[in-house]
Design a protein around this ligand. Structure first.
Ligand code: DGJ
Length: 730
């Protein structure tokens, strides 16, 4: 059993792969956090009793229980109002207006496996033996609020998942003001906090800052997890770095407004919390009703950020992504967006698809502009029927033609949106998120459909399914191109208006569940103006995400490096586009654009018919190379070697699980007259294996490659790159 309850001391010990997480029920029935880190066989009870502060231990020893203060105690799910003055994990308002509650232990349940989270995406198990779960029931005796904290410890991963459910078992209405998913009070003050921040076309840049006294937090208030902040933070202890030291990762399985909060306080405890953003959120809990908070994934690494990332990667590849495509190699695709934007017709599309097929591409994706009267971004969202001016023979015939060329057909949708200039909006003006009598702010000339409403969700499922039923489609790109404003719903009563954003997410997940279940063979890729919703919840429904609208190879180094902190390469859409690059106007070599994009799910985002023969030959070779390394990139272990945030050079590598196959890539941004012997030290190899450097007759030991490294060839000019392939010789 990975989870045990030890009656002596009232201790829960949760053992994941090489990790232990220990909780104690105190004498007064509070849930105290005791330990999270490298696996330990047991903890001395004396240590634990002294753990929550000298003053508390003294009070307990002397039996002066009233001197006990929660402010000293590392807590698992702290309340507000009873002497813990730090940020609470939850808060409810009672009918008398008070916001005080006091949760005490009531019971617990330990079982094999992991239950599903009602209506929400979560890490799953395929067999009960893969994990053990603990449910701890806490109760506030005055209000009747019951809270069930659920923990799962995974046998093969250094992962603990957590969530909280709030149930009203009292006689009065409760209003939830805050219901975070996890709270951990780490017994140390010496942390760096790492977050993945940015903007549209600059997503998930690595930002580090020392944790100082007080609160430091990141959040989204935009209705999606956002380009600006990813629902992830890592706390790196002391001088922990890429390969060394204790790192604690927290990722919320949620695509809406979130808060990740770190608070260092007077007794050198660092409180870390993650969950739905309490900002502009309340939830009415009537008698008998319950509220389920999303799941938080907690990863511990004793070998720096790199090991933490590989744990997230493996977990998400195997137990977050689902469906028939989870374990399948993903196709090399070509998308016409940057090639044509809205300006295409049937002939142009057929030509691009046919030429791309000749070069080895496996899937053609028709992007925005195929429906309604969509010749620019001001119209037609919601009118999901084909534009016969552009495609006179219909989508069906186009898709069949493309399939006959031996290449699959994929299609773009933006189903959560509506253009004011659309038949859908004219018919149902109240179907969008809005507040009566307030201006509806447009962004990209569109509004967000109100997915907190079941009728709207049903209509979306029908509109999308009608197309997927009638056209041979192998892939769907599901886009979302604006944030929420004037958040409110036409159908919710006043006291539930602040539930709209979360109700939207629940409706959205139900739509995704319905469509992906009905079309299991289709490969879905999510997108939100690039990577505005790159989060684990989306991966539960759609096993890949378009990483960014910025396709410049140099900018992509930071975006992809940052994304790799949490998300596996197989989930990261990465395409070669034309130069000068449409976002930054930079001209980079086609080889470098290829090498960067080959580190994710590879494709092209250009009009191949406009390429020279020489360029086409390069593309042909790139696709051959990618197909050779595809298994390695999509299913291998990822190691970061040089950070684009720390210098002019970036490097990363992929190693097969059995260490037999290796691909390593090096990128240099600017050229310099500074000549030097540069070597790249590899990681993650078997020191006792010998590796052949492909394309040569040179053989290197794994130990040699990791300690002396490979010599980086002289690369002339700016924006150069190099890829090595190594294979074990048996
Ligand atoms: C934003 C996406 O990120 C792009 O790739 C493209 O699909 C456009 N939307 C289409 O409007």
């Amino acid at each position: 059993m990975g989870i045990i309850f030890q009656e002596k001391g009232n201790i829960f010990k949760l053992d994941a792969k090489d990790t232990s997480y220990i909780i104690q029920i105190t004498e007064k029935g509070y849930l105290q956090h005791v330990y999270w880190g490298k696996k330990v066989r047991s903890l001395n009870l004396k240590y634990i009793s002294r753990f929550y502060g000298e003053q508390n231990s003294k009070a307990l020893e002397e039996g002066v229980i009233n001197n006990f203060s929660l402010d000293y105690m590392p807590a698992e799910y702290p309340a507000y109002g009873n002497q813990d003055f730090r940020s609470p994990a939850y808060q409810v308002q009672l009918e008398n207006g008070s916001t005080i509650s006091d949760l005490r232990y009531e019971s617990h349940n330990i079982f094999s496996g992991k239950k599903k989270l009602q209506g929400l995406p979560a890490v799953y198990v395929e067999k009960d033996e893969e994990a053990d779960s603990l449910e701890v029931v806490l109760r506030d005796s005055v209000s009747g609020l019951k809270v069930v904290l659920t923990y799962t410890a995974f046998k093969d991963y250094d992962v603990i998942t957590r969530s909280a459910q709030l149930i009203n078992e009292g006689k009065e209405e409760l209003k939830i003001l805050r219901a975070l998913s996890a709270n951990v009070d780490l017994g140390c003050k010496d942390f760096q906090m790492l977050q993945l921040s940015g903007s549209w076309s600059r997503e998930r840049h690595v930002v580090k800052r020392p944790v100082v006294m007080g609160i430091q937090s990141i959040e989204s208030r935009r209705g999606v997890s956002s380009h600006q902040q990813n629902p992830f933070i890592a706390l790196m202890k002391g001088d922990a770095d890429e390969d060394h030291g204790d790192v604690y990762g927290f990722n919320l399985v949620y695509s809406g407004n979130f808060l990740a909060n770190v608070e260092l306080e007077q007794f050198d405890l660092t409180r870390v919390q993650i969950g739905i953003n309490p900002f502009d959120f309340t939830w009415l809990l009537k008698e008998g009703e319950s509220f389920q908070a999303p799941e938080a994934v907690l990863v511990y690494s004793d070998e720096g950020l790199g090991k933490m990332s590989r744990t997230f990667h493996k977990l998400y590849r195997n137990r977050m992504c689902r469906g028939v495509h989870r374990d399948k190699e993903r196709p090399v695709l070509i998308n016409n967006w940057e090639g044509t934007y809205f300006n295409f017709n049937e002939e142009i599309i057929k030509k691009i698809a046919t030429e791309a097929k000749e070069l080895g591409v496996e899937l053609f994706v028709l992007d925005d502009g195929w429906f309604g009267k969509r010749n620019d971004d001001t119209t037609s969202l919601g009118d999901w029927f084909v534009d016969k001016n552009k495609l006179p023979n219909g989508l069906d015939n186009l898709a069949k033609y493309i399939n006959e060329q031996g290449i699959k057909f994929g299609l773009w949708f933006e189903p959560e949106m509506v253009s004011p200039d659309s038949d859908l909006y004219r018919k149902h003006p109240d179907w969008c998120i809005h507040v009566e009598n307030r201006e509806k702010t447009l962004a990209r000339t569109q509004l967000v459909l109100d997915l907190s409403r079941k009728d709207v969700c049903d209509a979306i499922v029908k509109m999308v399914s009608d197309i997927l039923d009638s056209v041979p489609i192998s892939y769907v790109k599901w886009d979302n191109n604006r944030y929420m404003t004037e958040v409110g719903s036409a159908t919710l009563p006043a006291e539930r208006q602040r539930e709209t954003a979360h109700r939207y997410m629940l409706g959205f997940y139900s739509v995704l569940e319905a469509i992906t279940t009905r079309f299991p063979e289709i490969l879905f890729e999510s997108c939100a103006s690039g990577g505005g919703r790159f989060d684990p919840a989306m991966l539960y429904y759609m096993p890949q995400t378009w990483a960014s609208d910025d396709t410049d190879a140099v900018e992509r180094l930071k975006i992809q490096y940052g994304t790799s902190i949490v998300y596996p390469s197989i989930t990261m859409g990465a395409h070669v586009s034309a130069v000068p690059n449409h976002q930054v106007n930079r001209i980079t070599p086609l080889e470098t654009r290829g090498n960067v994009a080959m580190s994710g799910t590879f494709g092209y985002e250009l009009d191949v018919t406009k390429m020279s023969d020489e360029e086409k030959e390069t593309v042909r070779q790139q696709i051959i190379t990618y197909k050779e390394i595809r298994t390695l990139v999509q299913f291998g272990d990822f190691y970061r070697l040089l950070s684009p945030f720390e210098g002019n050079e970036t490097a990363w590598m992929f190693v097969a699980e059995d260490k037999s196959d290796v691909a390593a890539s090096f990128f240099k941004v600017l050229s310099s007259s500074h000549k030097k012997l540069s070597v790249l030290k590899l990681k993650g190899l078997d020191p006792n294996k010998d590796y052949l450097l492909i394309g040569t007759d040179e053989v290197y030991g794994g130990d040699e490659l990791m300690n002396t490294g490979l010599v980086i060839p002289e690369l002339k000019g700016d924006f150069q790159s190099y890829m090595w392939r190594l294979k074990e010789i048996k």
